[in-house]
Design a protein around this ligand. Structure first.
Ligand SMILES: Cc1ncc(COP(=O)(O)O)c(C=O)c1O
Length: 386
């Protein structure tokens, strides 16, 4: 079995089981967790140094943006071929809070929000709490198991009378799609035609894998990038595995959009330690990120072989970004929610396909942000149910 890069630790199960995050505490110790989007690697050293230095000083108060906007702009320039204006980069507690706050600010109750299922489950339930409703524009699925945005479905969804916002997941969770410039322009054209706001969740962008070219929405040449109701959202939390530190970033398309965020500062305060950790990640965390990208590239290929060997009935298209594998288990005869059977009979916890929408029936989501050894253990446990 190949070794994990030393920067990432060794993913020792006995050490991982000492973690107290939801991944390691949701299920009893006989279950191998592979559900929530946390990775098993140790943290990047510069992040640990930034947070421990702050704690040593008693520097644990309210946040100041400090270097974070500049740090993200530097990362965007170095890695995403994008030069966002730092004045438009606004720290927020997390991506979903940022999206929810903006949705409440720019749409009246009763508005419809267009999403592309199968999609990240909170997209499906969060807005109901605020009296907004979901409008599905499902992705199209090819015979090869690859997904695409469906212009007809998008047109139909945006034509619904209350459609007010398009919430695009880019890269897409759970399919791992990285959208092209043409895909983004198609979405932007549709939003402009229908007068819809466009919110783009780019949280998985730092994890675009070799062979894929992530395009930040605000970097394309399109008038929607200058619209007052266009916002993108990102974070260091997926790329560097720091969701517990609570910090994300909103980038507004216009100065008016930035003011909208600033006015809501009290609802949008990140954690101070998250700000410090994120700035360290974006500026000093690139060697660690590169090690992760190499490991994930290896793991997504390894999974193809593991499935062929142990679970040939499962269909899987390797993701273009991030650490999530969206598994089509419909030929296994395990019903709508195969993850329920894998948990019950195989003692391995995957993401439940139906949580991602009706299009997820018969699917499960596996987390590859771990060592090849634990990835193989997860697949063996899944196979044991058959
Ligand atoms: C697409 C997507 N958006 C948002 C989130 C949650 O991010 P946050 O904790 O910043 O709200 C996740 C977490 O996995 C995600 O996959």
């Amino acid at each position: 079995m190949p070794q994990v890069d030393p920067l990432l630790g060794n993913c020792s199960l006995s050490e991982l089981r000492q973690r107290k995050s939801v991944k390691w505490r949701e299920y009893p110790p006989d279950v191998l967790p592979s559900f929530v989007a946390e990775m098993d690697f140790v943290l990047a050293e510069p992040i640990v140094a930034a947070v421990t230095a702050a704690l040593a000083l008693g520097d644990s108060g309210y946040p100041h943006p400090g270097q974070l906007p500049d740090a993200f702009a530097q990362f965007a320039g170095d890695r995403l071929d994008w030069a966002p204006e730092t004045a438009r980069i606004y720290p927020i507690p997390d991506v979903m809070t940022g999206v929810a706050e903006v949705v409440q600010a720019i749409t009246p109750p009763g508005s419809g929000i267009v999403v592309n299922p199968p999609v990240y489950p909170p997209f499906r339930f969060r807005f109901g709490f605020y009296g907004r409703r979901l409008i599905d524009a499902p992705l199209a699925r090819g015979a090869d198991g690859r997904y695409t945005l469906d212009p007809d479905a998008i047109e139909a969804a945006l034509s619904e009378p209350d459609a007010a916002v398009y919430l695009l997941c880019s890269p897409h969770n759970p399919t791992g799609n990285v959208w092209s410039r043409a895909d983004l322009a198609m979405v932007a054209d549709a939003c402009r035609r229908h007068g819809a706001a466009l919110l783009v969740d780019e949280i998985h962008a730092p994890l675009a894998l070799p062979g894929a070219r992530f395009v930040p929405f605000l970097a394309i040449d399109h008038e929607m990038t200058q619209a007052e109701t266009t916002f993108t959202f990102t974070s260091a939390t997926k790329g560097w595995n720091i969701s517990g530190l609570k910090c994300g970033l909103a980038v507004a398309g216009t100065a008016a959009g930035t003011r909208l965020l600033e006015e809501r500062w009290e609802a949008l305060e990140p954690s101070h330690l998250g700000v410090l950790a994120s700035a360290a990640a974006f500026t000093q965390g690139l060697p660690w990120l590169d090690a992760v990208l190499g490991q994930l590239d290896e793991n997504r290929k390894l999974l193809t072989g593991l499935l062929a060997e142990h679970l040939p009935g499962v269909r899987y298209a390797p993701p273009q970004a991030s650490f999530l594998a969206w598994l089509d288990c419909r030929d296994l005869g395990l019903g709508d929610d195969p993850a329920g059977v894998f948990l019950e009979n195989g003692k391995v916890a995957l993401g439940h396909g139906p949580h991602f929408g009706a299009e997820g029936h018969g699917f499960a989501r596996l987390n590859m942000g771990t060592s090849p050894e634990l990835l193989e253990a997860a697949v063996r446990r899944m196979a044991s149910v058959l």
